[in-house]
Design a binder for this molecule. Structure first.
Ligand SMILES: NC(=O)c1ccc[n+]([C@@H]2O[C@H](COP(=O)([O-])OP(=O)(O)OC[C@H]3O[C@@H](n4cnc5c(N)ncnc54)[C@H](OP(=O)(O)O)[C@@H]3O)[C@@H](O)[C@H]2O)c1
Length: 213
């Protein structure tokens, strides 16, 4: 059976996965870029931005796990676009013509629309479905490979709460956001189903992995 994986999901010390006030100008609301500097300083992160360089140390070793073995992604409507994107028939996500997913990508939304084929192997499909139903569809699309839960915060929380995640990597950024979308609410005792490891890297980021026991 293919695995369900989460990678590079950044949270603040106080447990927020995004800030308050998401908009077209600020995909992470008042958090700005403060959750992900660790990732965009790595070779993997620079490549995602179409740039050269970047560190090849421990942060890069974690970040680079994002792609290998993944055959599909599931994401939430608020990761796909800013509030109101469903009213824009031309909205195709934040990522330009060649998004960094390169697989079928399933967007959970209560307002589905026809699929959109992008360059580079990404096709966005829109689903109004439970996490279990969406996972069954994504597994089909993944062709035997693993399925990544790409965020945002509430979708990650929902898949964890439903017990559907086999491996999760969280990057705890050394910042206090104070407000935004909370990741851990309703997940009391999550660690009891997983082997948990953590390591803090030179960037001050604590990487925490949950691997199903
Ligand atoms: N920290 C990180 O590493 C990271 C990673 C990725 C994204 N993010 C950030 O996370 C934020 C988005 O997170 P979020 O919690 O606000 O939203 P989200 O998880 O992206 O999406 C939630 C929305 O998806 C739709 N949805 C979810 N489950 C559904 C289901 N079962 N069936 C149908 N529709 C469903 C609903 O939208 P509708 O009812 O409107 O259709 C729901 O309001 C953004 O700011 C993004 O930039 C952070």
């Amino acid at each position: 059976m293919s695995l369900v994986r989460i990678h590079n999901f950044s949270v603040s010390l106080d447990g927020f996965g995004t800030g308050e006030g998401q908009s077209l100008e600020s995909p992470f609301g008042h958090a700005g870029q403060r959750l992900h500097p660790w990732m965009f300083a790595t070779r993997f992160g620079r490549e995602m931005l179409g740039q050269e360089g970047g560190g090849r140390g421990a942060d890069d070793a974690f970040a680079a796990q994002f792609m290998p073995g993944i055959g599909a992604e599931i994401m939430g409507a608020n990761k796909f676009g800013p509030p109101g994107w469903q009213d824009d028939a031309d909205w195709k996500g934040w990522w330009g013509p060649n998004p960094p997913f390169h697989t079928p990508t399933y967007v959970l939304t209560h307002r589905p629309r026809p699929s959109i084929e992008m360059e580079g192997g990404t096709t966005f499909h829109f689903l109004d479905a439970t996490p279990e139903e969406a996972l069954a569809v994504a597994r089909e699309g993944a062709g035997g490979l693993d399925v990544r839960i790409g965020g945002g915060v509430s979708v990650v929380r929902d898949f964890l709460a439903a017990g559907l995640v086999d491996h999760a990597h969280f990057a705890v950024a050394p910042i206090v956001l104070g407000r935004g979308e909370r990741l851990w609410d309703g997940l009391e005792g999550l660690e009891s189903s997983y082997d948990v490891e953590s390591v803090t890297t030179a960037s001050g980021t604590t990487h925490v992995t949950f691997t199903r026991s």
